[in-house]
Design a protein. Structure first.
Length: 308
């Protein structure tokens, strides 16, 4: 479902939800005295990385739970905590291992006869001997446990995705604002570049005049030198590519969905172009703009690491 957001006086239609990689969700499900809980805690990670902690009694359902999470969450490190409570009142029935108890009684009688000691073995003492008394545990229906686990997990996934979507859309607004800042700085560089070239031409003429004194200046050589310098410091291609990257960045954001990896590639290219402009500029004002560009692009890069 698309959503319209307004940034800097411009409206953007985000066609699919954008998710951050951080969030928390919890779900519970109960039936017939059984209670299941699932907690999900997500942080940044390049890929989907699941860490599952569940009771041994539910080991049979681990694969189902992993696949369920993988189908609903694309990236991030996810800690999964599964809790299980059996509140049924018809607890396990007691059973006595009479054979084992008989062996203990027989051994006690033999000791009494052989060593002439009193046999004071009573029934309550026999019951305390390990493994003589056993508890028959309630049998668990795997289908019911799977049903409860799936229900709790879906609740947790719904909660965490809702939180990740809220954070993701807030990040989208911030990223669009910062990419606007990048774009708004480019006309300033375009305006300053010819001024810097004219300054270079004037300073070059002054230096040559001071050096040659009364000797006539070769205008052709000056023109050639300025042309060579102009070609070397020309930033038109880099600025054009930056405009293109900004446009591509916005189109990916507006498409929505899992945008993190694609935006990261675009930001690398934006940083490359700004570095090239910085290496070409020989003007203090342009240098300030380049520093601003690099600062904003770095902020964008950092924020993108939080997107799925």
């Amino acid at each position: 479902m698309s959503k319209i957001i307004s940034v800097g006086g411009k409206d953007y239609e985000i066609k699919n939800a954008v998710y951050s990689m951080t969030g928390y969700g919890k779900g519970t499900a109960e039936k017939d005295g059984l209670k299941m809980s699932v907690e999900l805690k997500a942080v940044n990670h390049r890929f989907l990385d699941l860490s599952l902690k569940s009771p041994k009694a539910l080991a049979f359902a681990d694969d189902m739970l992993r696949k369920l999470i993988q189908a609903n969450i694309s990236r991030g490190h996810i800690d999964v905590y599964v809790g299980f409570e059996d509140g049924r009142q018809n607890g396990g029935e007691l059973s006595i291992d009479y054979s084992l108890a008989g062996e203990y009684v027989k051994a006690a009688n033999e000791l009494s006869l052989r060593f002439g000691v009193q046999n004071n073995l009573y029934a309550n003492e026999i019951l305390r001997i390990p493994d003589v008394v056993k508890t028959a545990e309630n049998e668990n229906d795997e289908n019911l446990l799977t049903e409860l686990l799936k229900s709790a997990a879906l609740q947790a996934i719904s909660q965490i995705n809702a939180m990740k979507e809220r954070e993701g859309m807030a990040l989208v607004e911030d990223l669009l604002s910062k990419v606007d800042n990048v774009e708004s700085e480019l006309p300033k560089i375009q305006r300053l570049a010819p001024i810097a070239l004219n300054d270079y031409r004037s300073k070059l003429r002054e230096r040559i005049t001071d050096f040659l004194k009364e000797t006539p200046i070769d205008e052709v050589k000056i023109i050639n030198e300025v042309a060579f310098y102009s070609d070397r410091v020309c930033m038109d291609e880099e600025i054009t590519r930056l405009y293109t990257h900004v446009s591509h960045f916005r189109s990916i954001i507006c498409e929505g969905g899992a945008v993190g990896k694609r935006l990261d590639f675009i930001v690398q290219e934006m940083n490359r172009e700004s570095n090239t402009i910085g290496s070409k500029c020989n003007d203090a004002e342009i240098a300030k703009s380049v520093v601003f560009l690099k600062s904003e692009i770095e902020k964008i890069r950092e924020q993108i690491q939080n997107l799925g």
